[in-house]
Design a protein around this ligand. Structure first.
Ligand code: GDP
Ligand code: MN
Length: 396
C-alpha cells in the first residue's frame, strides 16, 4: 500500500521525525481560510501518489490568502503528468505546509535489498532530485549501509553514513534520531520503502522531512488496522484539519456530536496515548459525564503541544471542565507539571476548571506544583473523571 505524502508524514511524526506544520485541504475556500488565519508563506502540495510533482507543476508557493486561493483552484482538478508518470494523476486534495527557507537538500531512504535479504539505508547529499539520476551520474555520492536486523541500527552508523555521504555539518546533530525513527517505522510498519527526499536543512538550522514516500507491505497491515482505514477515508473533516494544524496526527483529535440519549458532552479530554485517551473517555462516562472529545497528545506531552491542544479542546463551547490524563512513566512528573504550568501561563486557564491526573516518577511533587498553580491535581483516572464531571456540572 503506497501512502500519500500527508499519510507518510503522519507516520513520520509517530516516530519523532520532524515535518513542516500544515493542513490537508480539499477546497480552495479552505486554503484561503487557513492562510487568512495563519498569515505567512505556504507551499501548496498536490496529494497524489506519483513522484516528481515539482517538475509536473504540482507544487506551488503562496504568500497570502488570495494567492493561495487562486493557486488551489488551479491545482485541484488539474491532471499532473511527467516523464516517469506518463499516465499521470488528477489532483483531488492539497497539503498546505509552512514554506521553509532551504539551506540544503539531502536524500535518505530505507528499502529491502532482496539479494542481500537485508534492509538497505541510502543517504546522499544530493537531495531534491531523482535518486536514480544521482545513482547513474555519480554513484559514489550515495552512501549505503546494510542493516543486520538481528542487531538493529545504531546512532553510530547514522553518523558514519552522514560523513560518508558528505552531508553538510548542520545535519549531524539531528540525523541519527531521524534515521533511527525511519528505521523504527520501516520495521514496525513492515515497509517496502521509506524515503525522505528532500530531507531539508533550513536556513535557521533545523532538519525537517519536506517530503515523504512510504510503501507498506500489504501483508503487514494487519498490525496497524488504523492504517487500513486510510484506504477508505481521507481526512476531509474539520477535526482532522484542526489536529494537523497544531502538529498532531490527523486522527489524534475527534469531537463528538451531542446525543440526546447520553449525558451532555461537557468534559474536554487530553491524554498521552490513544489507549489512555479511550480509557479516559470511558472513565468520564463511568462517572456519569460525557466526554466532548478524544485527543491523543502523543508521547512526551511537550509544553507547546499541551497549550495548543488545550486551546483546541476548549474552543468547543460545550466544554465546561477539562480532564488531562498524563501517564508519566519515566518522564518526571514534576517536569511534566512545570511544563503544563508554563504552557498554560498565558492562557486563561480558569476559562474552565482543569483536572490533571499525573502518575510516574516524582508525581507527588508534580501534583503539588499543579495545585499551587490553581489546577486540580489527582492521582487516579477514576478520581480525575469524577472530579471533572462534578466541576463540569457546576459543583466542586
Ligand atoms: P516531489 O517533486 O513530488 O518529490 O515533491 P517534493 O515535496 O519533494 O517537492 C519538490 C521540491 O519543491 C523540493 O525539492 C523543493 O525544492 C521544493 N519545495 C518543497 N517544499 C518547499 C519549501 O517549504 N520551501 C522551499 N523553498 N522549497 C520547497
Ligand atoms: Mn520529493
Amino acid at each position: 500500500m503506497k501512502l500519500i505524502e500527508f499519510q507518510g508524514k503522519d507516520l513520520f511524526r509517530r516516530v519523532g521525525i520532524p515535518t513542516p506544520r500544515g493542513v490537508y485541504a480539499t477546497t480552495a475556500a479552505d486554503v484561503k481560510k487557513f492562510i487568512e488565519q495563519n498569515p505567512g508563506s505556504w507551499v501548496l502540495k498536490s496529494q497524489v501518489l506519483m513522484g516528481g510533482r515539482g517538475k509536473a507543476g504540482g507544487i506551488k508557493f503562496a504568500d497570502d490568502a488570495a494567492q493561495g486561493e487562486t493557486l488551489a483552484k488551479e491545482l485541484i482538478g488539474k491532471h499532473l503528468r511527467n516523464e516517469q508518470n506518463p499516465e499521470g494523476e488528477t489532483v483531488r486534495s492539497l497539503l498546505v505546509e509552512e514554506k521553509v527557507a532551504i539551506e540544503s537538500e539531502a536524500y535518505v531512504s530505507i528499502a529491502i535489498d532482496r539479494d542481500a535479504r537485508k534492509p538497505i539505508i541510502m543517504v546522499s547529499a544530493q537531495g531534491g532530485m531523482d535518486v536514480e539520476e544521482v545513482a547513474e551520474h555519480d554513484p559514489d555520492a550515495i552512501a549505503k549501509y546494510w542493516v543486520d536486523p538481528a542487531i538493529g541500527f545504531s546512532p553510530f552508523e547514522a553518523r558514519r553514513l552522514a560523513f560518508a555521504a558528505k552531508l553538510p555539518a548542520g545535519y549531524l546533530r539531528a540525523f541519527p534520531k531521524i534515521v533511527g525513527g525511519l528505521y523504527e517505522l520501516f520495521m514496525d510498519y513492515g515497509a517496502n520503502l521509506v524515503e525522505i527526499n528532500p530531507l531539508v536543512l533550513t536556513k535557521d538550522g533545523s532538519v525537517i522531512a519536506s517530503d515523504a514516500k512510504v510503501d507498506l507491505d500489504d501483508n503487514a497491515l494487519y498490525k496497524h488496522p488504523d492504517i487500513q482505514e486510510w484506504n477508505k477515508a481521507t481526512p476531509t473533516d474539520e477535526d482532522q484539519v484542526a489536529a494537523l494544524a497544531i502538529g498532531l496526527g490527523m486522527f489524534n483529535y475527534k469531537k463528538f456530536a451531542d446525543d440526546p440519549a447520553e449525558p451532555s458532552k461537557t468534559v474536554g479530554t487530553i491524554a498521552n496515548g490513544a489507549g489512555l485517551g479511550m480509557g479516559t473517555m470511558d472513565a468520564v462516562k463511568n462517572a456519569g459525564g460525557g466526554a466532548a472529545n478524544f485527543l491523543d497528545i502523543g508521547g512526551g506531552a511537550q509544553a507547546d503541544l499541551v497549550k495548543k491542544s488545550y486551546n483546541l479542546v476548549t474552543s468547543d463551547p460545550r466544554v465546561k471542565a477539562m480532564f488531562i490524563n498524563i501517564f508519566g512513566g519515566i518522564t518526571r512528573g514534576d517536569q511534566v507539571a512545570m511544563g503544563i504550568v508554563e504552557a498554560l501561563k498565558g492562557n486563561d486557564v480558569r476559562k474552565v476548571p482543569m483536572v490533571i491526573r499525573l502518575t510516574g516518577t516524582n508525581a507527588e511533587e508534580g501534583r503539588k506544583i499543579l495545585g499551587d498553580a490553581g489546577f486540580f491535581p489527582v492521582e487516579t483516572m477514576d478520581e480525575g473523571a469524577a472530579k471533572a464531571v462534578a466541576l463540569a456540572n457546576g459543583g466542586k
